[in-house]
Design a protein around this ligand. Structure first.
Ligand SMILES: [Zn+2]
Ligand SMILES: [Zn+2]
Length: 235
């Protein structure tokens, strides 16, 4: 009998947004898990998902589904996102929905019933830059993105969350964590939801969690780089 290989347990339990710690950073050109004298250069070598955040975005989705106001637009399809971070000892909780409408889809009333840090969640709805230039990192530093990124201006929830954090221009001494979860809202009468459905279910631990779109996968690495200017290498 040939030996059968034991099935490998799925080690990749945590969905990542914007690649791995072993990738090279497009902003500072260092490998994202590089250390200097034992300390990581990047405060956020990886942007990961979390079960707690999935519960938050799931509650928001349930609330949206109950919202009679949204029945006015039963064909609505959009991405919802939530972010939590502890930076320099302070905690931040942000939510956002994709789209370019002045009125975001998610309103404060859609946060009812959230058991994870209730009352702490604040909306992020910054303007998305019109091209690849003049973006902000999470640390609030200007950055130009790659000129060849497809969908660079797409108004995704992930971009709103990260730009929203950058717009706070936080005192950036240390990063304990930065996590994000996303989910697709698909209205009952949505017809062209197919393009959103492909974003479903890549998370190893929750089939409802969305992974980031290609445009976000390419943009996120620039935005999460918090390496100070004197460490940035010219390619
Ligand atoms: Zn970097
Ligand atoms: Zn996206």
């Amino acid at each position: 009998m040939p030996k059968t290989k034991p099935r490998k347990p799925d080690a990749d339990v945590n969905l990542r947004h914007g690649g791995h710690a072993t990738d090279t950073c497009p902003r500072c050109h260092h490998v994202r898990n590089k250390k200097d004298q034992g300390k990581l250069l990047h405060g956020i070598p990886e942007l990961t998902d979390s079960a707690k955040l999935r519960s938050v975005v799931g509650q928001i989705k349930d609330n949206l589904m109950q919202d009679k106001g949204l029945v006015g637009d039963p064909a609505a399809v959009f991405m919802m996102g939530v972010l939590e971070a502890r930076i320099s000892g302070r905690e931040y909780y942000l939510f956002a929905s994709s789209g370019r409408t002045a009125e975001p889809w998610i309103k404060p009333k859609h946060l009812d019933g959230i058991t994870y840090h209730p009352g702490k969640w604040t909306p992020a709805n910054p303007a998305i830059p019109a091209n690849n230039r003049g973006w902000l990192t999470v640390r609030g530093e200007k950055v130009d993105l790659g000129a060849d990124i497809q969908g660079v201006t797409r108004p995704c929830s992930a971009m709103k969350l990260l730009l929203g954090l950058g717009a706070m221009h936080l005192d950036w001494k240390s990063v304990d964590y930065l996590r994000m979860s996303e989910m697709v809202y698909v209205g009952p009468k949505a017809e062209d939801a197919k393009q959103m459905r492909v974003w479903h279910g890549r998370g190893a631990t929750n089939s409802w969690t969305a992974h980031s779109c290609d445009g976000c996968e390419a943009r996120i690495p620039y935005l999460i780089c918090d390496v100070p200017p004197h460490w940035i290498e010219n390619p």
